[in-house]
Design a binder for this molecule. Sequence first.
Ligand code: ADP
Length: 803
Amino acid sequence: MKAEPAETPKSKPRINIPEGAMVILPLRNAVLFPSTIMPLVVGRPASLQAIEETVRQQLPVGFVGQRDPAVENPTSQDLYNIGTAADILRMFSLPDGQRQIIAQGRRRFEIAEFLQVDPMLIARVTMVEETIPQTKEFEARIVNLRQEASRALSLLPEPMNELKTTIERIEDPLMLIDMIASTLDIPTAEKQELLATLDPVTRAQRVSEKLARQIEVLELSKKISEETKDSMTKAQRQYFLREQLKAIQKELGEEDGKGVEAEDLRQKIFDAKMPPEVEKEALNELNRLQRMPEGGPEYSSLRTYFDWLVELPWSVLTKEEIDLPKAREILDTDHYGLEKVKKRIIEFLAVRKLMPEGKSPILCLVGPPGVGKTSLGQSIARAMNRKFVRQSLGGVHDEADIRGHRRTYIGSLPGNIIQGIRKAGSRNPVFMLDEIDKLSASFHGDPSAALLEVLDPSQNNTFQDHYLAVPFDLSQVLFIATANVLDTIPGPLRDRMEILEVPGYIEDDKLAIAKGFLIPRQTVENGLKPEQIHFTDEAIREIIRSYTREAGVRQLERELGAVCRSVAARVAEGLTEPITIDAESIVNYLGQKKFFNEIGLRTSLPGVATGLAWTPVGGDILFVEVTKMSGEGRLILTGQLGDVMKESAQAALSLVKSRAETLGIDPEVFRKNDLHIHLPAGAIPKDGPSAGTTLFVALVSLLTGRRVSKDVAMTGEISLRGLVLPVGGIREKILAAKRAGITHVLLPELNRRDIDEIPPAARAGMRFEFLKTVDDALLLALESNGASSGFEAAERPAADAIP
Ligand code: ADP
């Protein structure tokens, strides 16, 4: 026996193995055939002990297959009863305590009876005597088997030359059969069956059947792998050709860097995971790029194109998750007030949660600047776990701004939409279309038509940007629009959108926003700790009143930032105690007041009236000044008045003339004088009919010499018959009046209902009176100085006041 034990334990007592008996080692998932060599790993403690013992006593081991490989400690019933006696050629210790052995199969045996089960299996065995059948059929079968075996070996993907030579050379046919049986790729149970087939003729026949089947399988798999190889070689061929091309280009002195760049681009194209048709187009363009001379204008413009193409998030999506309570929390943490808007946004999110694929309306947030439209959009994105991106449409008047220019234009780029998508870095961001009311059409084409396509769910999955020239899927984008005013939004676009008004803030709102949001933010941004600076409420109110005049809170935030900055500078200089900012100290930080109540000053003379105007940036007060000089009855209008306002001024004058007598105005005045109406703040264009009442009152004030009360402001269109007609923007106008210190507001009777929309806090301290005719306005607005007025206090019309 040739066992060469690596280590031989000497101390343990010998276990007695009687004559004719053998230590049995169960084999899982394997069959050891006589004449074959097999490496095995022994791990079970009982088996380890058995191996050690047989090696020590230099005895053969009986390997017997285990019926169920899952059984951990097999007993006699779990084993087959035919096995192979083997010598252990080598034994190695493995790091994990297991042993690897190399076993050499010698002879078949049959188990007669088990003598011992514990601590190892020992059985009495009968060796199987085998003789070679001396028939022609058997001889022929062996010849055939040898041929088939070498054929099978040649079909293997990895040729096993050694085995092939062995099979060709073995003389003993029984050895050959066992050798082939051991190499067959068949289930263990089938192999065991071959081992247990004791008649050599039957065994040879069965092995040859199984071999035939194996050959079929091998042939089939070879065919399949050759087919795959065909397509492989195509790619390889291309690669090869490209390499050649590179070599040729190098030879011709064309930079090799280009080839490297092209390879890099090719990889990026694959990495971008574009839709198949886009990828195909990209690869076509890449081929074109490779043929172009580098450094030419065409090359660099195509190169820029690729930068766009590969950097678009073709397949990047963030996972949308809408958690309504969390969304509510996000909206509340980011914004003070705005209850109506927040409620609508939550409803919008709830519907999306229930019907993620459903068509949802496009929200359009309408309101003056600085009221939090953008920041609402950001919160929506956060609440939906989407990226946020914003593109301004202000000043867009060309279709190409939306869709991009074709690449044939020098310096062309993709349009706003694709630019935004690239900025967002995902295919499903919240996309804010800012200032959609500032879109305008021109001879270059109507951008709103292109925008309609962008917003249309049935078309936008194949949005075509002229520059890209391949479709991009916008269907997962959530568009939100913002606007300052509604009426300039093109009709068809407006129909697509659900309008959410975000109104301007009253002073109390601003105070709360400043305390809860703006001051904390500015404190941190300027490197201060919250305990280092404190604003009193009065200080904040002073900033709101005297340093800002706006519907939103942008200017307010800037001014607060300026205060924080100067405090930060003092802290940097070594100041240690906390600073309290009160109303009196504001001037030290922000300089002289920027706004003060100029109304008293302005209206101290007859001929000036205060109107209320509504502008895209919120409401504002507006002065109408009238003066007369000797002339020939002309009307001069200055202050950038629009056509409608000019007509309105004409109408007011006609109305005054027609009532001259009642009003006690000498009709000669109109003939001998020119009248000049001026609306200061000339740089700001003014238009609309709503200044009619103010114009009329200012004219009468001048011509009758009666001053307009300084706490009064008014709005209302007039008819030639003297009726006061309703106007829009009441809320913003009233907020503006309040900001400017007006306490008495005259409104058209037909706007009475609009007052209800205004929060009581905003109305506090103000008196509203409603006008049916211009006469009501005169009575309420003009001071009675006893001059040429035709009215007495008793004659006051039935205009009732709301305090
Ligand atoms: P818009 O887009 O309407 O012009 P922004 O969203 O840019 O306005 O708002 C300007 C600033 O005012 C932002 O810093 C915003 O956070 C803040 N702001 C506006 N409204 C509120 C509010 N209700 N609560 C908290 N902060 C607000």
